[in-house]
Design a protein. Structure first.
Length: 249
């Protein structure tokens, strides 16, 4: 396995694809409702006819991952390598440790694939498709229902939608409530349950500067953690990933 030693990390990482309120001005948006005009103006991500590339959006969506322990990350190689923040990996680092190994404090680096450490209860999800199911959820709630009964009716139809989708596709299926119930979207996600730790720096360099430096740029620390997803005991061949860039951010 080639060493993980980036010379220049020009990588925009991690779009959180589950958010209750999307605000383009803050840089958070739904993959199926992006701020098209702003993206075209700021980044020039267009096709020759002047429209935004849906292929680019799909690439970004399927290069992003969600951690079941909380947080997000991105595929950065075709062999299932995932880059995220150090604090996102903290739970796994602590669970992998023992009396002789404090990976959270001292860090970890796998020299070979065989050295990568499996995280027993970590699951990574990749969003494959989004379906608007607002009409179906709304139709299940009669106008004369009490708030308690309306809530129960919504939960029941959401559970039915998820069960039907799982049976039809085999994919993890979550009905997500958006905008305080104004919209309901069905997310279908591919899940990876064989996830292994590849690299984490020492905690002191990962959090150098503390909260005072958080969200500042440039920031002089190594706030990263690398994992790899596996399928059938081998590094997963993922169709989308964010490539290294030699250009400055």
């Amino acid at each position: 396995m080639p060493p993980i030693c980036p010379r220049s990390l020009g990588l925009l990482v991690s779009i959180a694809f589950v958010c209750g309120a999307a605000c383009a001005d803050e840089g958070m948006w739904l993959f199926n409702h992006p701020p098209l005009e702003r993206l075209k103006k700021d980044y020039g991500t267009q096709l020759p006819d002047g429209t935004l590339s849906t292929e680019w959006l799909l690439h970004l969506q399927q290069s992003s991952v969600r951690f079941n322990s909380g947080g997000s990350g991105s595929f950065v190689s075709a062999e299932g390598l995932v880059l995220t923040n150090h604090h996102v990996g903290a739970d796994s680092l602590q669970k992998l440790g023992d009396a002789s190994h404090n990976y959270y404090r001292d860090g970890f680096a796998a020299a070979t694939l065989e050295d990568e450490l499996r995280c027993s209860d970590l699951e990574l999800n990749v969003l494959l498709s989004i379906e608007d199911v607002t009409a179906r959820v709304g139709a299940a709630v009669a106008a004369d229902l009490s708030p308690e009964d309306a809530f129960a009716a919504r939960r029941a139809v959401m559970a039915s939608i998820e069960k039907e989708s799982l049976a039809a596709t085999g994919l993890r299926s979550d009905v997500v409530t958006l905008y305080q119930g104004a919209r309901y979207h069905l997310y279908r996600l591919k899940k990876y349950t064989d996830v292994r730790l590849v690299f984490a720096p020492e905690q002191q360099i990962a959090f150098f500067g503390g909260d005072a430096d958080n969200f500042e740029f440039p920031r002089y620390n190594l706030d990263v953690c690398f994992f790899r997803v596996y399928e059938n005991g081998q590094p997963a061949a993922v169709p989308h990933h964010l490539a290294w860039s030699e250009r400055s951010v």
